[in-house]
Design a protein around this ligand. Structure first.
Ligand code: GLU
Length: 450
């Protein structure tokens, strides 16, 4: 029998821009799905109409595209409300969802009293003792209930992909509120209903959700369905140790993109920081997927230092094959094909630096040659070999210039580099020369426009 299809999902609420910590979750799901030949779903948890924005949903989809992990399927919880309402009705019919009327202030007071008596602040289920008459009175007073899920008070266990065996006695938890007074749903029920409906086999998410898992497993059992595999990864923090906030716009993917960081570098850092894997550049997402091992993710929060990212961006560019950037070069109006890319990639700090090099090669320039070197450069022009040029041409030319001028080292190369590129440093002249062609090289050696 073929193995069942693996289904992973990334479930952000569209209430802000994704940060690198969210990218960690998204990438782990997408890469594991890819490696398993499975499906990666993007699910917008947008039942909170007041805080969710279409513009954030669009930005999240763009960010996933930029990272190179477009989803196979997109779902929005806001379009599935009747399905959650039907699930809530089933739970009511099964006696697992009960109405309660306590206000926040009343609940606070109860918790305060429990704490004072040294008891855990767990909801006391007072609402289960309400009589028909109580309910009728609340109704005439116009007080609508919120709805709590009645936990089974049993031990729930699962093998967490990151944390190993986990066990929770649900008697230690408050019966969670699934539906608010106004009929809107909190996160728990829609999430479980969707995981069941979409056949999710693997839930990989931040460890801030560990505490929800036992409740969700009980809810899955109550609704009838298979329990997915769970894995809760550690969270990323700012270098200061402060947690990342979507709302405060910390380390947003948008900002990193605008700063010119490479998506593959961001992906490598987001996935590998805080694991026992070394933080090293990768040349493709497939290579990164090969390095994902949930069991090697550390349990402690991991600091994410954006300063590491610029180095990683440069190192990533230095190893990217032409095919990986061909499209971007074209979009940026950069020509020269693979020859150009291989000539310059080792000198790039940011992708867009390639544009400067292309302009140096491709656009007529004047007056870059140092005037005091005019004679030396004119002599170098005399021995410039005729075209067609081959791989040997540059070596032959330099040997001839050396012979004729008696110069070596910096005295030989610096004026040539300045005359041809206007820069003190840069890619090997040997690689640039064929891209410029003889006419341009001659003009620049003579200090003319070319
Ligand atoms: N909307 C939840 C969040 O962004 C999803 C949690 C989950 O993956 O179940 O944290």
């Amino acid at each position: 029998m073929p193995a069942p299809l693996s289904v992973f999902r990334f479930a952000p609420s569209p209430t802000g821009l994704l940060h690198v910590g969210n990218a960690r979750t998204a990438l782990l799901n997408a890469l594991l799905a890819r490696r398993a030949g499975g499906i990666f779903i993007l699910r917008f948890d947008d039942t909170d109409a007041a805080r969710s924005r279409d513009s954030f949903a669009a930005a999240i989809a763009d960010d996933l595209d930029w990272l190179g992990i477009p989803p196979d399927r997109v779902e929005r919880q806001s379009s599935r409300l009747p399905i959650y309402a039907a699930a809530a009705e089933r739970l009511k019919a099964a006696g697992r969802l009960y109405p309660a009327y306590e206000t926040e202030a009343e609940l606070d007071l109860k918790r305060g009293l429990q704490r004072a008596r040294g008891l855990p602040p767990v909801y006391d289920r007072a609402a289960l003792s309400l009589t028909e008459a109580d309910h009728a009175r609340f109704a005439t007073e116009g007080r609508a209930p919120h709805w709590r899920f009645k936990l089974a008070h049993r031990t729930v266990a699962w093998d967490d992909g990151v944390r190993g065996r986990q066990q929770v006695d649900t008697a230690s938890l408050s019966d969670p509120v699934l539906v608010r007074e106004d009929g809107s749903f909190l996160y728990t029920l829609p999430s479980v209903v969707d995981d069941l409906d979409f056949g999710v086999t693997d839930v990989v998410r931040g460890e801030d959700h560990v505490t929800n898992t036992a409740v969700q497993i009980e809810l899955i059992a109550a609704l009838g369905g298979g329990v997915p595999r769970f894995a809760h990864h550690n969270l990323l923090t700012l270098p200061s140790g402060e947690g990342l906030s979507k709302r405060l716009g910390h380390l947003s993917l948008k900002a990193l993109r605008e700063a010119g960081e490479e998506p593959l570098a961001v992906a490598a850092a987001a996935v590998l920081v805080g694991t026992s894997e070394a933080l090293a550049p990768v040349e493709s997402l497939a290579a990164l997927a090969d390095r994902v091992d949930l069991s090697r993710i550390s349990r402690a929060p991991a600091r994410f230092d954006p300063a590491d990212l610029s180095t990683l961006t440069a190192r990533t560019l230095h190893m990217l094959p032409f095919e990986a950037v061909a499209r971007r070069l074209e979009d940026a109006g950069i020509g020269g094909g693979a020859v150009f890319w291989h000539a310059v990639r080792g000198n790039l700090g940011r992708f867009i630096d390639a544009k400067d090099w292309w302009e140096i090669i491709d656009t007529p320039r004047v007056g870059m040659a140092p005037p005091e070197e005019a004679d030396f450069l004119a002599a170098a022009a005399v021995v410039l070999p005729p075209e067609p040029w081959s791989a040997e041409t540059y070596g032959a030319w330099i040997a001839a210039v050396k012979d004729r001028s008696g110069r070596t080292g910096k005295g030989l190369f610096r004026p040539l580099r300045l005359a041809l590129t206007g820069q003190e440093k840069g890619p090997e002249l040997a690689a640039l020369l064929p891209l410029m062609g003889r006419r341009r090289v001659l003009a620049r050696l003579h200090g003319e426009t070319g």
